[in-house]
Design a binder for this molecule. Sequence first.
Ligand SMILES: NC(=O)c1ccc[n+]([C@@H]2O[C@H](COP(=O)([O-])OP(=O)(O)OC[C@H]3O[C@@H](n4cnc5c(N)ncnc54)[C@H](O)[C@@H]3O)[C@@H](O)[C@H]2O)c1
Length: 206
Amino acid sequence: MQLEQVKKVAVIGAGSMGAGIAQVCSQAGFQVAMRDIDQRFVDGGFRRIKDPLMNRVEKGKMTKEEVDRILANVRGTVDLKEATHGAQIVIEAIIEKMDAKKALFAELDAICPPDVVFASNTSSLSITEMASATKRPDRVIGMHFFNPAPVMKLVEVIRGSETNDATTAFAKALSVKLGKEPVEVRESPGFVVNRLLVPIWTSGST
Ligand SMILES: NC(=O)c1ccc[n+]([C@@H]2O[C@H](COP(=O)([O-])OP(=O)(O)OC[C@H]3O[C@@H](n4cnc5c(N)ncnc54)[C@H](O)[C@@H]3O)[C@@H](O)[C@H]2O)c1
């Protein structure tokens, strides 16, 4: 997949991370679908996008028209087929449970054309294991955004054992297009940032 081919991004999960990633993709000019398993979670995702942006409008930092444009580019749905239809990349941001992620990737693999790239926003789970639920492990990659995604610049790009160079280059190029700074990290529990931070947090120092 080439960055120039990307018109639509499907974001799966409308929680803290999914909503933030959907906003970032919309602001970068992509059509976005934001899918969750229940309409109230989809609605919650839109609130997560809108409320902080309206605070910025109140402070004179952006216009209501800009907010409306960002929201208008995002289509909420509970239907996975509708969400992924016409998308060139799917970014997964559902609960941090391997079984749920593998089930989702298997379902996505059955409905998305083979050239569609699957990215996971997992904080610590194995990309290789998730990719094994698909017939396209070479096109599955980790794109680890940080919270809040619209603010945080870093994206850790994590290759699974079968992720190919083209997919890695694509994930990095997409991150840059989204205004982020991609850093490729090795697949290992906690990746880099969380591996550094968790011992600091648990030791009580800041
Ligand atoms: N919160 C953070 O600080 C943070 C930072 C980086 C990465 N992450 C990772 O991002 C992912 C999402 O985290 P979050 O904090 O947004 O979680 P969250 O609990 O806020 O949101 C997860 C959403 O996924 C939905 N969901 C569950 N199964 C689904 C499915 N099959 N299809 C669509 N939606 C589904 C849930 O209904 C929920 O709305 C996790 O993998 C997490 O480890 C979280």
